[in-house]
Each structure stands twice: as C-alpha cells, then as structure tokens.
Ligand binder design. Structure first.
Ligand code: SF4
Length: 167
C-alpha cells in the first residue's frame, strides 16, 4: 500500500484521551518512530503515530512495553488481519499462515540487537539510549531488510543523528 501524505495539523491528532501506559510498541517500530515524519498507512494510523510520538517526545520516563507482534499502531492499521501483518503478503493470498510474518521477524531481530526480550517494560529514555548505542544506518540492512520506508531516508538520517548525539 502506498504511504499516504502527511496530514494537516488540523487532523484529529489530539483526540482520544491519554495514551495507555506502558505503551505497547513492537520492537521494529521503536526504530520506525525515530524517523517518523507524518507519513503512514492511513489517516487513523498517522493520528496514532502523532499521538504516541508526541507523548514520547515529551516524556523520557514514559513506560513502553516492547512486543514482537501486534501493537498500538497495528490496532489501527489497514494491514492488520486478525493480529497478523499482511503488509508484505501478496494480495492473492489473503489467508494468514502459521509462520511468523515479516514484521514479527523484524521485531525479533531488533529485540536481539537491543538486548531486549518480548514483554520487557522500559522507560522510553532507556530504550532511546539502547538504540543510540547500538543502531545507526550501517546496521539497517541487518535489521530493516527491504522495508518500504527506507527509500525516504528519514530513518537513516534520524538513527545516525541519535547515534552521533550520544557518542
Ligand atoms: S500491521 Fe504491519 S504494517 Fe501495520 S503497523 Fe503493524 S507491522 Fe506495521
């Protein structure tokens, strides 16, 4: 699915009340959040990304529950089919299989890379520190593979900046 354009500031990004805490975020999305610039899979998805990224930016002490599967973003994502990410599945094979989807495999790689376990709860500031010490654009082939968002360059730029700023 083609990423949709950034939404106007008038989008209902502020609605919905406080974000649940700990915020359930799948491991690979911890990296996606670094390069987030208002693009996403649907308006609802972008609203949730806006809400969560703003909450995290404002509070390094907010708790995050790290997952390897459906998270707060998947809940509003058009690619979510009963908890399975169908973003990379061919359209003519809409029935989920038992094998882990591409997003889960990415989550597992990121968990291992950051020395985290599925279900860990950590402060956002601590997760940021882990990312800054262990991830920059040079390891994106290993972690992100051929993710469609890489072509924008936002993630590489943000991950390199985070790494530089803390070294
Ligand atoms: S369902 Fe897939 S594409 Fe959608 S947010 Fe979850 S991992 Fe990303």
């Amino acid at each position: 699915m083609t990423p949709v354009a950034p939404m106007e500031k008038t989008a209902p990004a502020e609605s919905g009340g406080p974000i649940e805490e700990p915020i359930p975020i799948r491991a690979h999305s911890l990296l996606c959040l670094q390069g987030y610039k208002g693009l996403g899979y649907s308006p609802e998805f972008i609203v949730m990304m806006n809400r969560v990224s703003r909450a995290l930016e404002n509070n390094p002490n907010i708790e995050v529950k790290v997952l390897a599967g459906e998270d707060i973003f998947c809940r509003v994502c058009p690619h979510n089919y009963r908890g399975r990410c169908m973003a990379d599945d061919p359209v003519d094979r809409p029935v989920p299989t038992d094998s882990p989807d591409n997003s889960v495999l990415m989550d597992r790689r990121v968990l291992q890379w950051l020395d985290l376990k599925e279900g860990d709860i950590e402060y956002w500031g601590s997760i940021l520190y882990r990312i800054s010490r262990n991830v920059d654009s040079s390891v994106m082939d290993a972690l992100c593979g051929d993710c469609r968002w890489r072509e924008y360059g936002h993630c590489a730029e943000a991950l390199d900046k985070l790494s530089r700023d803390t070294h």
